[in-house]
Design a protein around this ligand. Sequence first.
Ligand code: ADP
Ligand code: MG
Length: 250
Amino acid sequence: MIGLEIKDLHVQVEDVEILHGINLIVPAGEVHAIMGPNGTGKSTLAYTLMGHPKYQVTSGEVLLDGRSILALSPEARSHAGLFLAFQYPVAIPGVTVANFLRTAINAHRKAVDPNYHGIPIPEFRKIMLEKMKLLEMDQKMGGRYLNDGFSGGEKKRVEILQMAMLEPTMAVLDETDSGLDIDALRIVSEGINTLKSNRLGILVITHYQRMLNYLKPDIVHVMVDGKIVESGGPELALQLEEEGYRGVKA
Ligand code: ADP
Ligand code: MG
């Protein structure tokens, strides 16, 4: 299958099991949402997919386009087409946004062609400015140090800018809506919508349904206590917004 397949995934953090058998399929071309209360394991799933060393898979399988990715390094997963927008992006003082993005693009292209010499700067700038415009970002952002002193909204825009430039085939967006005001939420959501294609699968992790008004997920999954307890259409998100998570307890 083209897309992401998670099979009976169990994950421990510091010897405590957090995810208790997650099953999830996100086919290419679809948008799926995971909603759930705080502390339920949503970010744990995102970090596990990316291969963070702190998150230990004790059993289960994760397939991307039919290939197991669990033995791959985070870099190799990224080269395979996986992308994670972090809930809490880290700052890297000394590395500009532009340099960071150019390095990431070159690493991707070199993984495909070891003889690749690097994207020419004019071509890179053209693409970056185009994508920044899409996200209504100030051009000056390119010269600032990555996430250093950025507002919540700026950090989330830079995450989506990375996604726009790296052109992943599976994007996991962990609470990209948190910390955004109404205008920023609309701009970022519309930016994500322009990236939608039948090659791209998107897994949106969110606490609130407001971003889903824009992203219009095909399927909404509810995670409670490290398990998917219910899946349904977009109406499930509206129901949760009204009734909370009490009705869907495991
Ligand atoms: P969510 O994103 O749904 O709010 P998390 O995945 O962040 O939930 O957390 C799930 C559970 O795992 C929580 O009980 C949290 O305390 C625990 N946890 C997450 N990350 C760590 C960590 N790095 N070290 C210890 N416990 C963690
Ligand atoms: Mg989280």
